[in-house]
Each structure stands twice: as C-alpha cells, then as structure tokens.
Design a protein around this ligand. Structure first.
Ligand code: BTN
Length: 245
C-alpha cells in the first residue's frame, strides 16, 4: 500500500535521493509503498537536468519507493499513473488540469506538477522504483522564467497540504494497482480524457531527431504514438513533445 510508512523531513536535497538511499539501506530497507516527504528541498530535481522550485512549506514534494515484480521495460507507464493521480486530485479541487506526456501536469498551459521516476536495477532485474511528485499547491508566485502555476493561483483557494497529500497517495495507489492488473490498457481511457496532446499536432524531439505529426494513442509500453504526414507511425518512449498550433 503506497503510504504504508512515511518519513517526514523539514529539509533535504531531493526526496528522490532520500527515497533511493532508504531503498538501498541494507539494515532497514524501505518497504514497497514507503514515502519520503519534505517541507523544502534544496536541490529538487526534474527531468533532463532541470531543477524543481521547492520553497519551504508551500507545496508538496515527496517520493515513494515501489518494488513491483516487473521488467525494467514496464516501468515508464508508472509515471502516467502518477500523472493521472495528480490530475484527478487537482480537478477535484476546482481547476482543470491535464497531462502533458510523459510527466507534466498543466493548468491552462502552466505547469502545476511534475513527476520524476527513477529506477534501480541489480543484475538487470528491477530492485526499486522511486516516483517523485512535486505539486504546486499554495505558492503565490514563481520565478519569472518558470511557466508555472499552483492550485491556489488557479482556484483562489489555499489547501491543507496533508489533505491533498492523503488524496494523492490514495489515487496513486489505485492507478498503480490498476496498471499492475491491466497494463497500459487499464490507463488508456483516463489518459485519453486527461491528455492535452490527444489528437493534437505536435513536434517531438527524440535525441537529435525531430518528428512532426498527430498524436494518435498510447502504445502498450506507455509510449506516445505519433503519425507523421506520410502516415508513418512513430512510437516515442522518451523525449520532449510540444504542441504545434
Ligand atoms: C519534472 O518536471 O521534470 C519532474 C519534477 C519532479 C519534482 C519532484 S519534487 C519531489 C521529487 N524530488 C525531486 O527532486 N524531484 C521530484
């Protein structure tokens, strides 16, 4: 059960680092579902070397340790489970949030949450997965270079962090269990409903390659399927995708 054991820190570099260290601890290894939450992070991290704005006490910064019996190739859709959980909770509080594949949650084009999934393997077998979630809840302002928002800015209402956290852990557990039971098929309908890229024209950067086309669907591995102008389908497992107007 996600949230079965919770460590609360006043400050750390990154809850993903703390959770990974706990998972590796030989004396007291983190069980499946263990969570590390911090009031502030000094080196909060995002994908592709980006940092995560983590001011003290305003928002949620936490990471959970998962120990699924899955091959590493089946880990990426867990990020989608986290995105769906965030969307569900944010939408229940008023704003209309959507997922920007693979790991962003946006309200009206501004980022309200991000998910950073990292795994550790031993002899090519999955040992643990750390899913880190940053959700902007009560921040009133952000550095100007960030296109970010918070639930407070979008709704006009402050939220109690422990209440939002409880709802988020519950929702994450539900989506994760559904994924284990039904694979990506179990996530498809909700993803289609919440994805801001569904049916849209996009440009994807995959390494040095640029792919332009229309977003068709989710692949069985959680990849994004883009159909280009010649009708060729590309399955994107990782990369940056932007909307083309
Ligand atoms: C992204 O937008 O690329 C992902 C951002 C993930 C941020 C969260 S905050 C809690 C956890 N600890 C981190 O250092 N990162 C994640």
């Amino acid at each position: 059960m996600i949230g079965c054991s919770i460590r609360r820190l006043t400050e750390c570099t990154s809850t993903n680092d703390e959770a990974a260290a706990w998972a590796r601890d030989t004396k007291d290894p983190a069980p499946h579902g263990a969570v590390v939450i911090a009031a502030a992070q000094t080196e909060g991290r995002g994908r592709q070397g980006r940092s995560w704005h983590s001011p003290n006490g305003e928002n949620l910064y936490f990471s959970t340790v998962l120990r699924p019996r899955l091959p590493p190739s089946r880990v990426p859709p867990i990020t989608l489970c986290a995105g769906l959980a965030v969307c569900e909770v944010v939408n229940s509080l008023g704003p209309s949030a959507s997922i920007k594949w693979p790991n962003d949650v946006l309200i009206g084009g501004a980022k309200v949450a991000g998910v950073l999934t990292e795994m550790s393997t031993r002899a090519q077998k999955l040992d643990s997965v750390v899913v880190g979630i940053g959700l902007n809840v009560n921040s009133r302002s952000f550095p100007p270079q960030l296109a970010a928002t918070s639930i407070l800015l979008a709704s006009g209402h402050r939220q109690e962090l422990p209440t939002v956290m409880g709802a988020l852990l519950f929702a994450l557990n539900e989506w994760y269990e559904l994924y284990l039971d039904s694979g990506v098929t179990g996530l498809e309908e909700a993803f289609e409903q919440h994805s801001m890229l569904s049916g849209k024209n996009v440009r994807a950067k995959v390494g040095t390659e640029l792919i332009a086309g229309t977003v068709e669907a989710l692949g069985p591995d959680g990849s994004l399927i883009i159909e280009d102008g010649r009708g060729e389908r590309h399955s994107i497992i990782a990369g940056e995708v932007e909307l083309v107007s």
